[in-house]
Design a protein around this ligand. Sequence first.
Ligand code: HEC
Ligand code: HEC
Ligand code: HEC
Ligand code: HEC
Ligand code: HEC
Length: 487
Amino acid sequence: MRVSNAIILCIALIAGLPQLALAATPAPKATSPAPVGFGMVKHYNNADHVDPGTAIDKKTSPFFPSRATTGPKGKVTSDMFEQPEVCGGCHVDMYKQWKGSMHSNSWSDPIYRAALNMASKGTDGAVDNLCIGCHTPIGLVTGEATPKGDKMSKVADQGVQCEVCHNISDSNGVGNGAYILTPKLHGRKLKFGPFKDAQSPYHDTAYSELHTKSAFCGQCHNVSHPFNNLPVERTYDEWKDSWYAGQNITCQDCHMTPGPGVTKNPGKATPFSKDREQIYTHFFVGGNVLVPTLLGSKMHADLAEEMLRAAATIEIMPKKSLDTKGIQSVSVKVTNVGAGHKLPTGFPEGREMWIDLKITDANGKEVYRLGKIDHGHTEKGTKSFKVVLGDKDNNIVHLELWNADRVLYDTRIPAKGYSVVDYQFMVPEGTKGPLKITADLNYWSFPQNVLEELMGKDAPIVPITEMATTSVMVPMGASGLPVASNE
Ligand code: HEC
Ligand code: HEC
Ligand code: HEC
Ligand code: HEC
Ligand code: HEC
């Protein structure tokens, strides 16, 4: 009992309400008559379990504003970690799958580095640790990583590598890099993983339930503005709010399997170890086709396209006919059938999915189109699925994310959700039917003009992936028959 009756009695007496003193023993029940007045009651601190999402201060987060911490006590140095190539000597498949993934590129990614430099300059270095904490955890805890990246050891240069994930012993929560990185706990090589009975000739092993949960990924796949808490990237929260979380379908179940829809993957952790019912793959592909192509892994780029094509369906809502009289309308429905979070998710100023709607006449001539690329961005009015952040004056924030303090709008589609968008247009007199309506659903990880703003003339060409497409033929005229031609 933390709140003693004596305290309640005291408060009641101080409040000068003797009739309450009687009601205070025993404690009032819900059915007892409402007291005449109320007092303040001392309660124990029950705030601890509320995850703040951001670092609070340097005392609890030594790498502030990153939430990362290390264990055991003492400075962590890069000689406590090994190169992924060493692990790959035995864990052949995991290494081949990881190499070329966005985790292996998370520090070398030239787009990230350009953004880091921009953010570092824009904030006088105030966010350096935050960015570095997720993009190269070893670089953060050893203090080797700077935006320039010129004093990095090889182990830190490899971004989110084996030794990052498998030395995470515990977690400080979800978001802003809340992992506890613990190389050589008990003074020896120790790898944390999903097996309860793993024996290795090279390192100790420990079962870690954390590694089997989405919260493991959530340590880095939830990003909040460190100083105003604005939700910047919320992939974990989006998943947590979805049907998938309810069914216990984790990030690992979709991103650590051989491909979309493949759930079972029996195998071995090394060519010489025992058969396991389930081996989780290490491709970690999402929607990024651009950077894996740029850094030389066609395999990862191809897998990302496969992932994107499994994410959504598109349909044109039934339409009897189109007419030259009055405003015509067409509705298109897009459903998020495959992503366990919003579609698209992740890096906000970038990720964009949109519909390119085209209507052509009997001769293939364009009657109407909305959704083409114009000067490096989707044309004005395009039906696109995107989150747009703003600053204190409601201006759209493109790259200077540190100035963002609000979400201006968010048209992304939640997991298992759908969105119906309407088009309104005129069909010119004399148009010859039947008309063909085509709706393409496209994705790019950056609008070309945003990337050019960030990287100048070094900006690569951003590929556009067609995620889904559909088309229908529609006759001209209200009767459903082609109207008499004017020719
Ligand atoms: C982003 C974090 C991450 C990185 C990077 C990573 N792993 Fe894993 N690894 C995991 C998780 C999570 C699991 C367990 C998944 C589960 O059981 O749900 C796992 C499982 C494993 C397993 C157990 C067998 C299996 O695949 O299920 C081995 C062995 C392994 N990883 C080795 C490696 C090696 C070697 C590398 C580097 C080439 C590596 N990992 C990189 C997160 C990571
Ligand atoms: C000499 C071979 C060898 C090397 C090198 C090696 N491992 Fe292992 N590792 C094994 C074997 C064998 C197992 C047990 C597999 C099993 O039981 O299915 C294992 C298991 C694991 C597990 C699963 C642990 C668990 O309890 O779930 C992880 C994670 C892991 N290794 C990570 C790594 C990492 C990271 C490296 C590089 C620093 C590495 N290994 C280097 C042989 C090796
Ligand atoms: C230590 C931080 C960290 C952890 C833990 C982590 N990730 Fe990542 N992940 C990153 C970073 C950073 C990137 C982006 C790198 C870039 O774009 O430059 C990334 C990229 C990805 C991508 C590629 C996205 C794309 O656009 O194609 C996928 C998929 C992914 N992670 C899934 C996972 C899953 C699943 C887990 C849990 C098993 C996980 N990650 C755990 C930091 C992490
Ligand atoms: C039901 C399967 C499923 C689950 C569960 C799932 N994802 Fe995804 N994820 C996808 C698909 C499909 C895509 C590709 C479409 C897209 O880009 O959103 C994707 C894309 C991504 C991307 C790249 C987004 C982009 O456009 O840059 C990241 C990062 C990612 N997932 C991380 C996660 C994390 C972290 C979790 C768990 C919290 C998770 N995913 C859970 C299926 C899933
Ligand atoms: C909590 C972890 C975390 C923090 C902190 C973080 N990032 Fe990231 N970053 C990620 C993840 C995860 C992705 C991949 C999401 C996706 O694929 O959409 C990513 C993707 C990116 C991308 C897109 C790269 C590409 O090739 O498409 C850029 C640019 C980027 N981050 C820059 C930054 C900068 C600059 C900072 C600091 C202001 C920062 N990040 C802080 C986790 C983090």
